[in-house]
Each structure stands twice: as C-alpha cells, then as structure tokens.
Design a binder for this molecule. Structure first.
Ligand code: FES
Length: 165
C-alpha cells in the first residue's frame, strides 16, 4: 500500500520540541494552555501528533484538547504561511474597496480567507476592523500595516513580499 505525501509528512514531524515544552509545564496546575501555546510557538501550528502526545503525557482526552483548540482563535490546526496577510473587511474598508483588495491578493497568490499557499509562504485571512479605518482600505502583513490601498498599491505590496524569502 502506498502512502500519500501528506501522510509521510505528518509522520515525519519531530516531537522533540513538543516533548520539551511538555517537560517544562507538566507539573504545573493548568498546564494545557501553556503547553499548547508553547507547541504552536515551536511549530507555527498544532500538528495532530502533538495533540496525541499532549493527551498521553498530560492525561487529558484528545477530544478535550480539540475543544480548547477550536474554542480559542489563537490556535491553528494547519500549517500557516511565513507571511500572514490580513485583509480588513470591516465596514470602512468594505466601503472603500476591500473586496477588490482581496481579489488582487487572490489574483497573485490564488488564496482566499484561511488558505495558505503550497510553498507555505503566504496565508490569507479576512478580518474584522483592525482599528485603522482612517486609512481604509487596510491590510496587514505580519506586523506591518498598509493603508489607503488601491489595486495598484496592493499589487506592489504583494509583489514585494513575493520577491522576499
Ligand atoms: S474597517 Fe478596516 S480598519 Fe476599520
């Protein structure tokens, strides 16, 4: 039986870092949250294997861990891109053409909300107001904010990141 590339990738995850995170908090009351936060910091997301590892080592049901992971928006169950492009879809940005900005992003990278490019370079997220309505329409790429965007400006921003490592 041949395994898919995805299964092989999943099996290759090195659990050393996850074990170290668990070692650090295992004796602490309420260890689950810091463990999950630490694992996400190490891997950039919460790989499925680390859920099972955490379940075994902290003696918590995996279903309970998934409950926590899905409740808190801070946790991600899929790998994410190096560059997280947040396109504001709040009212002010919507009125000023956020839809065109999202379309421009999709045109370059082929991704929409919550999707990641195959090379793991970009993840797109459509978000609610990010508090910079005076500069609508606005996007953020990781911590950098870009406002008063036109399609042309958005082109330039995306191309700049496409050329970066
Ligand atoms: S609506 Fe986009 S920053 Fe407020």
């Amino acid at each position: 039986m041949t395994e898919t590339a995805e299964q092989e990738t999943v099996e290759e995850i090195d659990l050393t870092a996850a074990n170290q995170v668990i070692d650090k908090y295992i004796d602490m009351h309420g260890a689950l949250m810091p463990v999950l936060q630490g694992i996400q910091e190490e891997y950039g997301y919460i790989p499925e294997e680390t859920v099972h590892l955490t379940s075994e080592r902290l003696n918590v049901y995996a279903s309970q861990i998934y409950g926590v992971l899905t409740f808190y928006a801070q946790f991600h169950l899929q790998p994410r891109g190096k560059y997280i492009v947040r396109v504001c879809m709040g009212t002010a940005c919507h009125v000023k053409g956020a839809g065109r900005i999202a379309e421009t992003l999709k045109g370059h990278l082929g991704i929409e909300h919550a999707e990641t490019t195959e090379d793991l370079k970009f993840t797109a997220e459509y978000v609610a107001c990010i508090g910079a309505c005076g500069m609508a329409p606005v996007i953020m790429v990781n911590d950098a904010t870009y406002g008063s965007l036109t399609v042309q400006k958005m082109d330039d921003v995306v191309k700049k990141y496409m050329e970066m490592d």
